[in-house]
Design a protein around this ligand. Structure first.
Ligand code: ADP
Length: 397
């Protein structure tokens, strides 16, 4: 009997199981026998952790029967605990543990058994040795793993788009309707409202507005991720962009008793930009500055134009940003220790940062007595190159 025939006889059952998976289907009996020789059959009960995010990725696995959920830990901000979110579910025939095939060989998610499952675990270190001895098998396996990864990425992008359409239509519209009815009731247009009812309606309105902000920021972030902004770029007047942002922020500053000042020349030559997006980035910075500045304080916007760049500085005399929070404030969902009960989603700065980066610019924050902001205060600076060395490439998805 040949080696392949002997192996085929010995590992026949495992070879058949491997063949059922798209990743191994169609490989030669000889190659399948080599893979089967380093596979072991494992069983997991419902609720069992099959592999853990962050641990070394030791095995590439093929699910024979049952269901396994792929979960990722999501941390919203620095202080909140990690939550788990299911990002994928594997069924019979699916391959999982792809992290075992690419450096640094660390699991990027956790596998949780949903129902009694049986799977083949292929030892990844030995598989690498096998594929060194059989380069054609190595190439074929890696190209299949790459195709699988791409398909999963595309699938995730489609699901995200679907989720977004739900968020925009099925969530935003009813929230906006609730908010407008609340305003009608608060205005007394449908009958008198007692003091107590008024307080409750105001609280409802605040919560609905927060939810609407979250949905809007979430939608903005995803739109920015998918590169829609690049289609909006044209030559725009930065002076007008700044004026409009100040107009949006002014009523809030007035209500709160914060002085809003600006120093912006009139004759700034146009720049290539997405006007509404840039305005949104400035509004986010101005809103924060007003939010974190007590009544009687001052928020100032200054624009400096030069041959190379436009610099926009937004400074406030507010509560300042704790030093330990400064490195994280542009992270998604991050809220500093100073945010306390202040309304917010932790997405204002990440959105502003994405917008500025898409313009080839830079954004940073400083806080403390040396920032020139007065008091402890904060200072946010945006620079936009007049002639970016290269525009960031347009994302393909
Ligand atoms: P949000 O304002 O919704 O909390 P942001 O992403 O806009 O989220 O800001 C992140 C965090 O950065 C805030 O929670 C706050 O801790 C800090 N921050 C931002 N701007 C200022 C500012 N002008 N003064 C003090 N802290 C600020």
């Amino acid at each position: 009997m040949t080696d392949a025939a002997t192996a085929g006889k010995r590992f026949g059952g495992t070879i058949d199981l491997l063949r059922r998976s798209e990743t191994f289907a169609g490989l030669s009996d000889d190659d399948l026998a080599a893979v089967a020789a380093i596979s072991r059959e494992c069983e997991a009960q419902p609720g069992a952790i099959v592999f853990q995010e962050g641990e070394p990725a030791g095995s590439l696995c093929v699910l024979i029967e049952g269901r396994i959920a792929l979960e990722r830990a999501i941390v919203l901000g620095r202080k909140s605990g990690a939550r788990r979110a299911t990002v994928e579910t594997f069924n019979a025939g699916d391959v999982f543990g792809l992290s075992a095939t690419v450096p640094p060989y660390v699991m990027t998610a956790t596998g949780v058994c949903l129902e009694r499952s049986v799977y083949l675990a292929i030892d990844a270190a030995t598989l690498r040795q096998v594929t060194e001895e059989r380069p054609a098998l190595g190439r074929e396996l890696m190209s299949r793993v790459a195709r699988l990864t791409l398909a999963r990425l595309n699938n995730t992008t489609h699901r995200l788009t679907y989720l977004l359409s739900i968020a925009s239509h099925d969530l935003k519209a009813p929230l906006a309707a609730v908010e407008s009815y609340l305003q009608v009731m608060l205005g007394g247009y449908v009958g008198p409202v007692s003091e107590r009812q008024h307080q409750m309606l105001v609280r409802c309105s605040e919560r609905v507005t927060e939810a609407l902000d979250l949905v809007s920021n979430f939608l903005d972030m995803s739109r920015l991720e998918t590169g829609q902004m690049y289609n909006e770029m044209e030559v725009v007047s930065i002076t007008n962009v700044v004026r409009r942002a100040l107009d949006v922020a002014r009523p809030t500053a007035q209500d709160k008793g914060v002085q809003l000042e600006s120093d912006c020349p009139n004759d700034v030559p146009g720049i290539h930009a997405a006007a509404l997006r840039l305005q949104q980035a400035l509004v986010n910075l101005l809103s924060n500055a007003i939010k974190f500045t007590p009544a009687g304080g001052r928020v100032s916007l200054r624009l400096e134009d030069s041959a190379e760049q436009i610099l926009i500085e937004i400074a406030d005399t507010g509560i300042g940003i704790p030093a330990e929070d400064l490195p994280y404030i542009f992270d998604d969902f991050y809220r500093g220790g100073n945010a306390g009960e202040a309304a917010g989603t932790g997405l204002g700065l990440p959105v502003a940062k994405r917008i500025v980066l898409a313009h080839g610019g830079r954004i940073w924050a400083e806080s403390g007595p040396d920032t020139g902001a007065g008091g402890s205060g904060s200072r946010f600076v945006i620079t936009l190159p007049r002639r970016p060395a290269h525009w960031p490439s347009k994302p393909s998805c």
